[in-house]
Design a protein around this ligand. Sequence first.
Ligand code: ACO
Length: 322
Amino acid sequence: MMALRSVLLGVGGHLPERVLTNAELAERVDTSDEWIVARTGIRERRIAADGEKTSDLAIKAARAALEHAGRDAHDVDLIIVATATPDLTFPATAARVQAALGVVKGAAFDLQAVCSGFIFALATADNFLAREQAKLALVIGAETFSRIVDWEDRGTCVLFGDGAGAVVLEAQTCDTQRGVISTFLRTDGRMHDLLYVDGGPSETQTTGKLRMIGNAVFRQAVEHISGAMLEACARAGVSIDTVDWFVPHQANQRILDGVARRLGIPVEKVISTVAVHGNTSAASVPLALDAGVSDGRIKKGDLVLMEALGGGLTWGAALVRM
Ligand code: ACO
């Protein structure tokens, strides 16, 4: 049956040059490479240079995704930037990205769902394309969490990194199940205090620092991520065994392993970049997707299940046929 689908045409990523190793962090706070690797799987992360903004990373990732898609920026009519670390309180970082790319039509806006932001933005773009409100969408996850991390809190500063990833989605009428097949999104605001930033324009008139009750978030993560993945598959009427690749939010290798064990997923099918990216929040899923596509593991026609959980709490999953 012919149907309008959000087909994923291209993916791209960009990481800042500066690598921050666990050994360097151990000189700043009371931690060690052994502890960080054993508890998180993280070995290093990238940190934006002074003056390097979220929009700078987003623009580079967007250009890479457009090139991979073989599409011109002038044809883009929707830009969604998922970020919890915008350049400024307003206007949206997406507006800066739009101007830098030379796009002069359509809408551009930011979306805030912290680490789940890319999944929420993908689902939002899919709805715009399905309603024929846009034709060619850029969905970007971009973050500079180094700006909101408390560099004296060893419980959080070892986890996060900076980066951006992007995909290009085009509305196409297809007779096969291509592109975004199903999405599932959830928020439970009762868990606000497990993971938040203690500043903002309205409440404190400051930017604030990230605060997290890590072990409580960890417990929520395995349960809710697994549930979201099963729900996205159920909505599409496919069995999780038929998924070719799992592209998770890269929060902690132990969460990736816990979810894989719970759902009986072979670890070889899970794309993991957490060792070298750390947790890049909304950028982590598209950066991992880019890694899997660039090294040739994820191919055209493959069934890919992405998922994330973040502050809010928010969580979700998206099933995509490449
Ligand atoms: N180095 C050494 N010791 C540390 C460090 C560190 N970097 N950080 C914490 N510890 C200590 C703690 O102080 C504690 O010591 P104590 O027992 O003497 O009190 C001990 O290690 C155990 O602390 P836990 O927090 O229970 O350790 P846990 O095994 O849970 O690991 C971690 C902590 C890595 C943060 C883990 O809980 C985690 O990954 N949580 C999930 C994070 C996440 O998924 N976030 C979601 C997305 S992020 C977003 O949305 C922005």
